[in-house]
Design a protein around this ligand. Sequence first.
Ligand code: ADP
Ligand code: MG
Ligand code: ZN
Length: 622
Amino acid sequence: MPADKFTLLQQRFGYKTFRPGQETLIDAILNGRDALGIMPTGAGKSLCYQIPALAQDGLSLVISPLISLMKDQVDALVQAGAPAACLNASLDAATCHQVMDQVADGFCNLLYITPERLENPGFLHFIQSIPVALVTVDEAHCVSQWGQDFRPSYLAVAPFVAGLPKRPCVAAFTATATEQVRQDILRLLALDHPKVLVTGFDRPNLNFEVRHPGKKLPLLLSLVNKRRDQSGIVYCSTRKQVGKVAEALCADGISAAPYHAGLPDSVRKKNQEDFIYDRIDVIVATNAFGMGIDKSNVSFVIHYNMPGDLESYYQEAGRAGRDGEPADCILLYSGQDVRTQQFFIDRSHTEMTDTDPGALREKDQERLKAMTFYCHTNECLRYYMLRYFGEDSPKSCGHCSNCNGEKEHVDLTVAAQKILSCIVRTGSRYGITMIIAILRGSKNKRLLAQGFDTLSTYGIMADTSAKRLRQIIHNLENQGYLAVDDGTYPILRPLAKSRDVLFGKATVTADLLIEHKPEKVKTSHPASGSGPSGTVNPTLYDELRALRATLADKQGVPAYVIFSNAALTDMCRKLPVDSDAFLDVSGVGKVKLNRYGKAFIAVIQKWVKTEKPSSADLNPTN
Ligand code: ADP
Ligand code: MG
Ligand code: ZN
């Protein structure tokens, strides 16, 4: 008789309570109902199908898009003493047969496969004789053409399920929230009256930040140096940038490696593994990196370039802080990023042979616009993003760069009049750079050649910085006074709403960030004792981390599969010195206690004896 859901949660996984949504979905599946769980990254979707799989008889199949992803999950399950295995193209025939024998004999009832396996005749024949209780589709957005990760073989899932002797329960999970993708999942996976559960998309432990640096590289080096010994991802939009940035980081003494589709397979694979196994701290990558990276201890994601849409941004940034620890998501913006993304859109739509390329292009264009606004908005960044994903949230989160930045309420009426009339006087034919150049009285050759130095608006805002002007223009755009027409060249154009402003019949106000002098970029290294910021007893954290690395190395598994950073932090907080206290640590179940309790308790005991624990942990509320 398999165990019930609470016993599994506590003894197998070492957690005390379910997170929002988990229990509802688990109950639905255990009652034989199809389910669709839409929950943000790090919310704990895996448990929603792993617990039913372990709580009932029959085989549970998990369809997962990437080998590295399923490998991690299976490693973690095996660590917790659960009977899981996987079948994929990286295994030889003998190993595959061994796994299938285990499944047939009932020793493994949680089997991970890639969708391609569903088209393999040998597997299809084999599975006919196995009672399948549950088919789970992880990363289910891969079934939709509208998402960025479309995988044609995901379309094989529905026919596969229909072809089984007895229809199993089908459960699908994704972090992609858009209505279109949701509809596609329901339809293309042929879910039968599923329990649909959408939890909030907020990731409260992530700190969002947008920077507009004059020079990106020095800022990046300073940001990464401040986070020495922490795991991080730096995303760039081109392979060339990846190479350049990775080199610069290494030259500065940071252990970093590049990752992009242009590297030889073996190098790419090695770099990815070095990162997952904590042999290097930072991976510099294009967006080819990440899907299927379940590394839970990533504590920062820096975008060296702005991505093309907020879906990608939220997904990539969301790879930070999966373990629930505070993590930073920082975007370094420049105007060039918008042009690069525009170029990608243009290119992809000339190459595409879609049925309705116009509609898709328009969609891409809209997405790019929303992404660009994110970089210029003065609103709370979290509020802006959640609203984009269709979710209500407080207007201020208190821990993004806009909430933390000082703002002032300013009257922009005169500035708006000057800007709008400059646009009108030049025939609404120029982009933001030229308009700013005219307003600030630049001696730019192209400007002089056009005779713009004779305009009445030439130089009338010479005392306003270009950065501030950009901020104001984007604010006017956000408020609907002007538009940036996308074509091959982004052109500013006044909208109807601006008439009253130009004729002095309306005022314009805004909350703008107070301008500060650009911060001095320091490259000093942090004080000793790493661990996520705010860890109590950081020196103990370092010792536990070292022990974890040794154990992981011995077994050839990633460190976070043994204990997550969150579990280490909890140990530093609770300082458990016996088995009972150790079981109380979040993420410690019975199997892990038996396997690792002794070693970790020994380190903690020794540390408690020789070091004085910080007073924070003597306070029970901490
Ligand atoms: P998702 O697939 O939704 O991105 P995961 O299933 O990978 O998220 O879970 C993210 C992290 O949260 C993992 O480290 C997992 O062990 C942890 N987790 C899941 N459920 C709970 C819970 N009920 N309590 C504490 N931690 C949990
Ligand atoms: Mg997942
Ligand atoms: Zn905020």
